[in-house]
Write a protein that binds this ligand. Sequence first.
Ligand code: FCB
Length: 460
Amino acid sequence: MNPSPPFPPAHAFPRDFVWGVATSAFQIEGGAAEDGKGPSIWDAFCRVPGAIADASSGDVACDHYHRWAADLDLVKSLGVDAYRFSVSWPRVQPDGRGEWNAKGLDFYDRLVDGLVSRGIQPYLTLNHWDLPEALQARGGWAARDTVHRFVDYARHVARRLGDRVATITTHNEPWVIATLGHEHGNFAPGIKSRATAMQVSHHLMLSHGLALQALRAQGCKSRLGIVLNLSPIRAATDDADDIAQARLEDGRSVRWYMDPLFNGAYPPDVLEHLGRDAPRVEAGDLETLRTPMDFLGLNYYTRSVVSASGAWDIKASGKPLTDMGWEVYPEGLTELLLRLHRDWRLPPLYVKENGAAFQDSLVDGRVHDIERTDYIARHIAAVAEALRQGVPMAGYMVWSLLDNFEWASGYEKRFGIVHVDYATQRRTLKDSALWYRDFLQAQKAARRVPASSSNEFAGS
Ligand code: FCB
């Protein structure tokens, strides 16, 4: 068997650094039509022929809706501080407006209580992509009215759960919702229009700002923020066209979100590029977008290398690729964190997702997923390096606790540190989970020792 990767230096992390694992409702819950849950845009998208690689759906997924208590025991056994999950909007409000579904709310109430009683901080996300289908029928995120429906939903969930959840994230990865969902059309709701995508991105950001204001106005004590998917974007060559393309991609995926959130303005070069596809922005919107946040979350998986001709072949980098075909590039995480710290005035930063899909084999009750373990270890070390260089990092979460429904890839891609046998719903801790558990134990032991008495971390 391959040796386990060494633990990143324990004293690199502040004592209150939060370690966690992450999931999302649609990807694990199942119970798609149970106890009054309404359909989401992902339930609808899964029925579109060819939309999902293995023609699967979220109907059963990891059956977490029924197995949540045992799953929380698993989370507890890892020794994490926090668990990131999302609330399914159509489970708690089937039509996205009007009536609330008591049974749906009770489910999250039990989940949150279950976390608190196990000593795990609940990190709640309001929108991890599963918009009620009934709202899509009324225009979805392209309609400004959805912004107000989201604020109502946020208020209601916060009133019900906000006394016990540590943080509330408004949206997970607005770029994915806007661009993959409404421009490329390979994610729900499957629309292909750049103008629509840009309007959607503006409405997502606007609803984020308004929700933050509404939750603070009602006295919500949870820390509030958003989670973005960000990558360093590199030009494939020194060619001027490639450099211009990389600058534009950076504008569309990084600055398009960071600039309004922190400076209250969309980047002028991107607006110019979009021309008539730029979103309609009403008076006061930009001020709302920059509503101060208590944290910024980011999800990091890989870097992006772009060329004007689109001809760059990722294999040319010579780096290992994951089962998604994504380059393993941990140094990009340090690079990205340093750049964010340099270019914007940041609140505490969390890596809210990081992990990798690989083809696993379960043999004699073990999954020797050395590549995933190595991936996680190297990314944690990349966070340590960012901390050493002064970036205000507050936490790190592995994506994902469980193998689960990986959107358009269905169940073919496994991101879990816990293996799921979908036929039996049996869970098995992979070696990566055991490594993470042991690493966290070492972290806790180090927290008990004054940093000065350790020679493990010579940085700073
Ligand atoms: C992110 C999503 C998450 C998961 C990972 C692999 O974009 O937020 O739900 O699918 O990718």
